[in-house]
Write a protein that binds this ligand. Structure first.
Ligand SMILES: *[C@@H]1O[C@H](CO)[C@@H](O)[C@H](O)[C@H]1NC(C)=O
Ligand SMILES: *[C@@H]1O[C@H](CO)[C@@H](O)[C@H](O)[C@H]1NC(C)=O
Length: 466
């Protein structure tokens, strides 16, 4: 997941360009704050479901069929204002999702998702990336064949990496499995489960997430598994019941969306070269279906650690990634994030408030926003969770020391909180920022929200990397 070194100095030059950026943009007349408050009101009428039962999303999100969706006056009013909000987007380049070539149609936020989808009882928008529900259902059906005796499998072994990168690479494994007509299976032994809390549940989809698949290969089939090498054509070994993916085999499909979606994606407003990123979003939305006990744990951690104002409509999520400085991607200093958040707020101060939710592994960043920008921002964050003060020390050694379960749960909590905001600031070079960006535009129905990158002035021009 490392970026090419040759592009780093170019990026530094661009970063300096960003720092000199001064002027900004027209405020429009949307009274989003009031709208969002109404929206939240109707969302709250539905009980939070930390027990992991499939959640049925509020009718407020359905702007396609307002009369059918509105059972009572409050909901009807919300539906109406949300529909108006959608009619008045911000001016470009902020008015459409950064993957879009030009303003185009979103999907409607579904009332019902596939089982276990990680939607929020607290904060949902109204627009998804095109084809989201369709894709979620198709992945689910593909992964749960009716007759397991006829199923063939692709096994993928997770390679140690940052948590965000792990999800993204696994999503390419899921892509390859779809293309090959095989059920995607995670091999046991994933490093993130190497912790007492997971016990002998040695896969992500037994310790943290709902099972990725409804069928498993037999012991006999596993004994005859065939390894797929980079030089093996992907259509060889079609008869083998079990194939084992290699990283090289993933690289072959990585730049695309799964074959079955390609034609449909051509009919959307998405830039064709970003179709693969649409898939990153769908694959993480599918995989991150939390287990009931993980949902319950997140609720408990939220009560214990959330400090400063809780995310509220109009807040801006800021994710600052400082780990592995110089090892991985280019990093940016706190004031750059601060300025980018100000730029977002200036787009429409009635829609974006002076409230931030800051997530980061760097304790200095928390200190910066909480103690040194308090005249400007009210900052929410998680208190008392382990962070990583030494930027030069590799992530992975920190993670092992903190404990993988602890790290995973605190990361998921910060992710969930970030997704409750109305706009998003970060560096798209970070896998974690991409995860925020992917989930807000799918499961949280905020595809029409602003994402502002600390380096790219125009988000449509971002290099989305892997
Ligand atoms: C370090 O952590 C960040 C997020 O916490 C992640 O995006 C990045 O990929 C990790 N790097 C490595 C080398 O694990
Ligand atoms: C803010 O400053 C106070 C006083 O120096 C300190 O006790 C506190 O830990 C700081 N807060 C953060 C989040 O760093």
């Amino acid at each position: 997941m490392r970026r090419r070194n040759s592009s780093v100095s170019f990026r530094v030059v661009q970063a300096v360009g960003l720092a000199t950026l001064t002027t900004f943009l027209v405020a429009v007349y949307l009274r989003q704050e009031r709208l969002s408050a109404l929206h939240l009101l109707s969302v709250r009428r539905h009980d939070p479901a930390p027990d992991g039962k499939p959640q049925h999303q509020p009718a407020a999100a359905d702007k396609r069929a307002p009369s059918a969706a509105a059972a009572d006056g409050a909901v009807a009013a919300t539906v109406k204002v949300v529909a108006q909000a959608a009619a008045k987007p911000l001016p470009e380049p902020w008015g459409s999702h950064h993957m879009f070539a030009s303003p185009g149609a979103y999907g409607t936020c579904p009332k019902e998702w596939i089982e276990g989808s990680w939607t929020s009882p607290r904060s949902m928008g109204s627009a998804t990336l095109p084809l989201t529900l369709e894709a979620q259902r198709e992945i689910y059906e593909h992964q749960h064949p009716k007759d397991c005796s006829k199923a063939k499998y692709l096994i993928y072994r997770v390679v140690p990496n940052g948590i965000g990168a792990v999800f993204h690479v696994a999503g390419v494994g899921l892509h390859l499995a779809l293309d090959l007509g095989r059920v995607f299976i995670e091999a046991p032994g994933t490093f993130l489960t190497n912790t007492k809390e997971c016990g002998d549940r040695k896969t992500l989809d037994s310790c943290y997430f709902m099972p990725f698949a409804g069928c498993q290969p037999t012991a006999e089939q596993l004994r005859n598994a065939v390894q797929l090498f980079g030089h093996t054509p992907l259509d060889s070994h079609a008869d083998a019941a079990v194939l084992i993916a290699s990283h090289d085999s993933l690289l072959k499909v990585r730049p695309h969306a799964p074959r079955r979606f390609q034609e449909r994606l051509q009919t959307t407003a998405l830039q064709p070269k970003k179709h693969y990123y649409w898939w990153r979003a769908q694959s993480v939305a599918y995989m991150l279906r939390l287990r009931p006990e993980v949902r319950a744990d997140l609720e408990a951690r939220r009560k214990k650690t959330l400090a400063g104002p809780a995310p509220a409509p109009g807040c801006i999520s800021v994710h600052v990634r400082h780990g592995d400085k110089g090892v991985e991607a280019e990093t940016f200093d706190n004031p750059v994030y601060d300025r980018t958040a100000s730029k977002v707020r200036a787009l429409d101060p009635s829609r974006f408030t002076n409230q931030l939710f800051v997530s980061t592994e760097d304790p200095d960043t928390i200190e910066y926003f909480v103690n040194h920008t308090s005249s400007k921002w009210r900052t929410g964050f998680t208190r008392g969770v382990p962070r990583k003060p030494d930027r030069s020390r590799p992530n992975l050694s920190y993670m092992a020391e903190i404990g993988y379960y602890e790290e995973m749960l605190n990361s998921l909590l910060n992710l969930d909180l970030a997704l409750e905001c109305s706009a998003f600031v970060g560096s798209i070079y970070s896998n974690w920022v991409r995860l925020i960006d992917e989930l807000r535009a799918t499961l949280r129905c905020k595809a029409d929200a602003v994402f502002a990158d600390v380096r790219y002035e125009n988000p449509h021009e971002m290099d989305l990397n892997w």
